[in-house]
Design a protein around this ligand. Sequence first.
Ligand code: ARG
Ligand code: ZN
Length: 854
Amino acid sequence: SVIRRADYRAPDWLIPDIALDFDLDPALTRVHATLSVTRNGDHERPLRLDGDGLIPLEVKVDGRILDQQQWHLDAGALIIPLSGDAHSVETLVELAPESNSKLMGLYASGGLLCTQCEAEGFRRITFFSDRPDILSRYSVRLAADKARFPILLANGDPIEQGDLDGGRHWALWNDPFPKPCYLFALVAGDLACNADRFVTMSGREVALGIWVKENDLPRTAHAMEALKNSMAWDERVYGREYDLDVFNIVAVADFNFGAMENKGLNIFNSRYILADPETATDIDYDGVEGVVAHEYFHNWSGNRVTCRDWFQLSLKEGFTVFRDQNFSADMGSHAVKRIEDVRILRAAQFQEDSGPLAHPIRPESYMEISNFYTSTIYNKGAEVIRMMALMLGAERFRAGTDLYFDRHDGQAATCEDFVAAMEEGGGIDLGQFRLWYEQAGTPHVRALLTHDPLTQSVELTLEQTIPPTPGQPVKQPMAIPLRTALFDPATGGHRGDELLMLTEAQQRFTFTDFASTPILSINRGFSAPVIVETNRSQADLAFLSARDDDPFARYEAMQQLMVNVLVGRIAGQQVDESAVVAAIRAMLTDPTLDPAFVAETIRLPSEAYLGDQMPVVDPDAIHAARDALQARIGAELEPLWRDVHAKTKANAFAISPAAKGARKLHNAALHYLVAAGAPDGPAIAFTQFGEADNMTERQAALGTLANGDSAEREAALDIFYNRYCADALTLDKWFQTQAFALHPDVADQVEALGRHKDFTLTNPNRVRALYGAFAGNQWGFHHESGKGYRLVADCIIALDKLNPQTAARLVPPLGRWKRFDQGRAAMMRAELQRILAEPGLSKDVTEQASKSLE
Ligand code: ARG
Ligand code: ZN
């Protein structure tokens, strides 16, 4: 049951056209499909149509009903031997969307009927050749009860609609662009529309619609703004124009991940559409903007040019993440966006890359493709595109993408096609660079700077090593682009900002005319997704944290300064913490700095990130050290925190970058004030909680209170619950804030919350809010009793029976056992074994748990 990249074979049969007829009903839906099939190449193989849980009620070829001997089922697939080269094949199946708890295929969510097909959900709807290199033109007829399902949507353009007997009605949709079946979608329900329009660069008018439940309409403005901005941005930056007369987005409450780029009919997890100041944080607002852009950008990077097979997933996902990251940077602050993106990369992807589930951005094999929608495919994939864009420069990169879109429009392409287009369009040799697609693992780069006063020269020695990963014990040196500058500590200036290409295992770079030792600024802008180790002193880092003109490098210097202090403290060494306090003071009192940048930079590295810096993660020691440093920074700068907190108090709510920055710093100040142990800390937090006119400040206050015990904590949690218990997305925050709290009893609290009447395994957002957040809470999840492991494993076992895809996403935190002490490692392994022993375990969880034990 392992699928290998090397086994790719062109399809035996093509399906240029498909007509689908849906008779929709939550309990019993009938799907009639008519496929035009044509033999592809010279072979005698039968037609094989994938199916998952389908029973053919009728099979016809060229209008004639086949009897049971003329077809058979093989592993769910319908096999039909055919003699000629072109036929019309019809099938009829019945579905029960309301009992589809996997949320793949056609399912019911909050009174709606909707679909999710990527990667292999279409085979749960009808028999079809469910692979992305089968491109078909779709014509879709929907019929449903008019009162319950007044709105009927599908891909492409609306053609016709009408009424039927018995209170039913129908609609016909037609998508002129041939597409793979994973982009198929339909929605039926009682939906209201935020309608708008966009005129494309060639003057075509597009009708835009964001469809939600009537009472959610006021929460769709930000998503609509983001959509129009995305459409304009893709025209301006990539020359890509929208291609249909309508573009619809539907928000649904039950969804396995963020959103889906179905052609002309994007379907979203409602958390990435709905936003208003009362219920959404600034992070939520940014999430809406970023995901709306991401799905829209897929119209070119994914839909017009799609993937040949699922091993090429990063072709569309890495590139599209890169595009949405740059869009968001253009809409706000480039510096802050880069810091946020690198933090996500390090938190999720670096951990994945150093564990048992490490895989290259173009994997070689899989059991269940759903398990490969990973941070590696998405975020590292984006970094690989970013490196190419950096090496080429904006103009040549654009020439490369123009060539790529032009050459492969209407095709199912490969990662190699993309790289080849970059080489030709951009005029560069990417021979060695291709290793980024093949080799897993995060490269380590050791950078040593030495100065020779006699020759007045500086030598930079760079050494790369790539750790072994599953199936890849030995690695070849990669091509690593490192933006580098050398600072003169006397003047504060630096020479150049050079792009050094590290291509060998060890390489030396010489710089002349340096009277004294400069300070090294390297991997500026995080030009390569690598771990850099340097011989820079704390004084050098303090200098860079104050003077580096590359904002990312400045942030990085500050983080490294803090990491060194914390790692030293954990190791029981005497460490000078005053440099950290001084650096934070300097940032807080520099009026020229962007408050959002300051807030990012003065934040201590997370407990998980600190764990990544240690040979064996010690969750308790990490927590204690970080807590103590936080308290010290809080106490020593207490007047400053009070001052910053008072000065950043907002007037009227706005969603501008300046207002968001002020709120970020406001919350950071509150956090340090409370950490300082100021007697009035909880009261100040409680006041902020009560008076805030926005969720960003309210949730931050709640989160700060949740870390400790106080009357204010309990009161705030009660108030929050009572105010928002009817709003699922906001109630998720109540669960999440508690699961994420750095509270000594968090495991017990999560256990109790798992039995709360508002907890349910049927809604993936709720599961992620409680168990997903908890599994990311290093101190709580790795409680020495093993209770955290048991809770998450229990959840995986129970959820697997309903929704294997979402259950499998909770496995990786248990797979990191090698990073922990023997006691914890044994308990984590025991839970993985307990999961694997479960009868009837899904392919999804089996793959993740068994690989995690290896
Ligand atoms: N293509 C979607 C997106 O990134 C995500 C699909 C995820 N599918 C899955 N089986 N996990 O925009
Ligand atoms: Zn995507």
